[in-house]
Ligand binder design. Structure first.
Ligand SMILES: [Zn+2]
Length: 196
């Protein structure tokens, strides 16, 4: 998958979690931070592939992986490593952070990081080259559906970005009356759109 497709799916997944699970307003410090962090963690597993944009963007991590001779779609694409992110998020469930006068819970940000990371592994399953999901076991898993670049990637990127747009709009409709009214109008015009 292209890194932009991963980021689009990471943003889509995280925006869903923020609205449906942690009930974090999108336009808030933890909401914006969670989306920003998920854009990074959603490309982090591909730092195991030297000369790619994720490897260059996270070069200390990429160098560490190279020194460990990590294979592409090996340890970084495994469920045990994704589980570590979720462990961190739930361990820090009550941690607080401050940015100047703003105090907020870190949980939505850590969970956004975890879902960003997991989203990478989930969507890479569509690829033809398998992932070592149960690392350190050597079995590789894949659905063999799409190549790692090409048309399907770009199409998926658009689908996820449109999906994220709707989720964010829904979140804003819950947060601000002006967006809420616009959403209700859209709901009456197109009943397929759920009421906010
Ligand atoms: Zn990958």
């Amino acid at each position: 998958m292209l890194y932009k497709t991963h980021q689009a799916f990471g943003l889509f997944s995280t925006s869903l979690v923020l609205i449906n699970y942690t009930h974090t307003p999108i336009l808030s410090a933890p909401g914006v931070l969670a989306l920003g962090v998920s854009m990074l963690t959603s490309i982090m597993p591909d730092a195991d592939n030297p000369n790619t944009i994720p490897a260059k963007a996270m070069f200390p991590f990429a160098m560490g992986l190279e020194m460990m001779r990590a294979k592409h779609r090996g340890v970084t694409h495994s469920l045990p490593i994704a589980a570590l992110w979720f462990w961190l998020a739930f361990a820090g469930r009550h941690w607080q952070a401050s940015m100047g006068p703003i105090h907020f819970a870190l949980f939505p940000v850590l969970l956004g990081a975890a879902f960003g990371y997991l989203s990478h592994i989930v969507i890479d399953l569509l690829n033809r080259e398998g992932e070592q999901l149960l690392w350190p076991l050597k079995w590789r898993f894949a659905f063999y559906l799409v190549s790692s670049d090409g048309f399907a990637n770009s199409a998926l990127e658009v689908v996820f970005l449109v999906g994220m747009f709707f989720v964010v709009m829904y979140g804003l409709a819950l947060q601000y009356p002006v967006f809420g009214h616009a959403w209700q109008l859209a709901h009456h015009a197109f009943p397929i759109i759920p009421a906010a």
